[in-house]
Design a protein around this ligand. Structure first.
Ligand code: FAD
Length: 475
């Protein structure tokens, strides 16, 4: 009664809806993960992300072994790889968890229909979100395009408890293992074997145990101050769980349950408010997943008309300066260096650099979206696309233009320039006021070999607004 469980972005044995259902159906549950060249050979893959993912797979293999079974690894297009493995092992069924991305949905349809053609049962579950897209809809029965009403509906719904972990399972017999090998099962390669080199430390150690520990320490410590601390990039005021949530090293029901538990012991209204603010971030994650599911065209470009044919300037040299953290705006450059060196960037800074690219440099947000995907450990189509469309004002949210002034942002959120000095150590001895305003004196610049601002914020802001008005009238 073998059930093959196909893992994708749910790299854990605990609180995994599809895996728990597989174990409930049978004791013989064997995992499979397919390294898909269709994803790994794309030009928006970040070495840091692959490194994190391979670490999660290593940890998951250990969990399978502890539970009495195996996680098989394939390196193939899943439409071929998973189907050939299933033909070789002849399981009772193949289970997996659903995804919202257009590529994944197409892939899943193809794999499921090929398996069914072979007479193999296929069952898919919703796992990575707390509510299915069809359940959170407007009164008129449509998907939400605005976050506020989505949140009110989503947060009022009953949430499921964490699913049971995989335990007391049995794996493949020796003969079956041999068949799996012949059908393409390989030993787990490293990220380096796959051609991805990342040598800097990871923000979060990969795997379920470190993710669970991080959740616990965040709930013990920072969650109660989240609403105050979350916008200060120099402080560790956020959970840093984004990569774990992206790859499913932690289950979303577990995360939700942790917020309920900590709420019970909250000491003050401020603490309770902070917990709620953090839940709202979890809801943003889900809002963007639902949106991508309902409107797959979001992945391809702007949602709103004025941006369909926007006359972006796309100056290549300025784009490179932005990527390298050499725009001459310290808060922007510090943030880009954080991403280049740590593979992660603070949310406030993601908004600042995205606004700068689109509104100050007048560069198409899709170039920034792709660069983020090439650098982020948590790079995720729905959240990244959502964040970029929000920052560019091209997304579903009908609010008017958002233009961030880098100096005001730095003053408010990095008042002692601690974050700027950390990521731009060459500017360590420059006055705080100058680091915040970006008006460095020429001798400081020369000494640090730091560039002068590549554009003038006020001028560019006027220019952008003009272009926007023209497009609005024209569109
Ligand atoms: P916390 O503040 O602790 O939040 C908890 C979790 O909620 C996060 O781990 C994440 O899963 C989710 N979350 C928080 N804020 C958002 C948000 N605005 N949108 C969607 N989910 C959110 N997040 C990604 O996971 N992947 C991306 O590729 C990504 N790209 C972004 C690009 C831009 C331009 C912007 C403005 C935001 C982007 N975000 C992305 C959202 C957000 O910046 C990160 O989720 C957050 O910084 C991760 O840090 P954390 O885990 O400490 O977050």
């Amino acid at each position: 009664n073998l059930i093959l469980f196909w893992h994708r972005r749910d790299l854990r044995h605990a609180d995994n809806v599809g895996l728990a259902a597989a174990r409930e159906r049978s004791r013989q549950v064997v995992g499979v993960f397919c390294l898909d060249p269709g994803i790994l050979q794309r030009d928006d893959v970040a070495p840091v992300r692959v490194t994190y993912m391979m670490g999660c797979l290593e940890a998951l293999q250990e969990q399978y072994a502890k539970a009495g079974s195996q996680l098989l690894i394939l390196q193939a297009n899943p439409v071929r790889g998973v189907v050939e493995l299933a033909i070789a092992l002849n399981p009772k069924a193949v289970f997996f968890n659903k995804d919202v991305e257009p590529y994944s949905r197409e892939r899943d349809r193809a794999v499921a229909s090929a398996l069914r053609e072979q007479g193999i049962e296929v069952t898919a579950y919703w796992d990575q979100i707390l509510h299915e897209p069809k359940d959170v809809i407007t009164g008129a029965g449509n998907p939400y395009t605005v976050y506020g009403p989505f949140w009110r509906n989503w947060s009022s719904r009953q949430k499921s408890e964490p699913a049971l972990p995989l335990q007391d399972a049995i794996g493949l017999s020796e003969t079956e293992q041999e068949k799996a090998k012949q059908a393409g099962a390989i030993a787990l390669p490293t990220a380096k074997d796959l051609g991805f080199i990342w040598t800097n430390p990871l923000v979060l150690e990969p795997g379920e145990a470190p993710a669970q520990k991080k959740l616990e320490s965040f709930c013990d410590r920072a969650i109660s101050d989240y609403s105050e601390q979350r916008d200060l990039p120099a402080n560790q005021g956020t959970s840093q769980l984004s990569a774990a949530l992206k790859f499913g090293a932690i289950g979303i029901r577990t995360v939700w349950a942790a917020t309920l538990e900590v709420d019970q012991y909250a000491q003050s209204d401020e603490a309770r408010h902070s917990i709620q603010v953090w839940r709202q971030e979890l809801a943003w994650r889900e809002f963007y997943q639902h949106a991508l599911y309902a409107f797959p065209k979001l992945a391809k470009g702007p949602y709103r008309t004025p941006f369909k044919e926007f006359p972006w300037k796309n100056n290549q040299e300025q784009f490179q300066a932005w990527c390298d953290g050499r725009t001459g705006y310290p808060i922007v450059d510090a943030a880009m260096r954080q991403m280049n060196e740590a593979g992660w960037m603070h949310n406030r800074c993601r908004m600042i650099v995205a606004s700068f690219l689109t509104k100050d440099l007048i560069i198409n947000w899709q170039l920034g979206e792709k660069y983020f995907m090439q650098r982020l450990v948590d790079g995720d189509l729905s959240a990244n696309n959502g964040g970029w469309q929000w920052s560019a004002s091209s997304g579903m949210d009908p609010k008017p233009l958002r233009i961030f002034n880098p100096a005001s942002q730095a003053k408010k959120f990095d008042p002692d320039a601690e974050y700027i000095r950390h990521w731009l150590p060459e500017l360590k001895s420059v006055d705080t006021a100058d680091l915040i305003s970006g008006n460095l004196n020429p001798s400081d610049r020369d000494r640090a070999n730091y560039p002068a601002p590549i554009v003038d914020h006020n001028q560019q802001q006027r220019r952008f607004k003009q272009l926007y008005q023209q497009q609005k009238v024209g569109g």
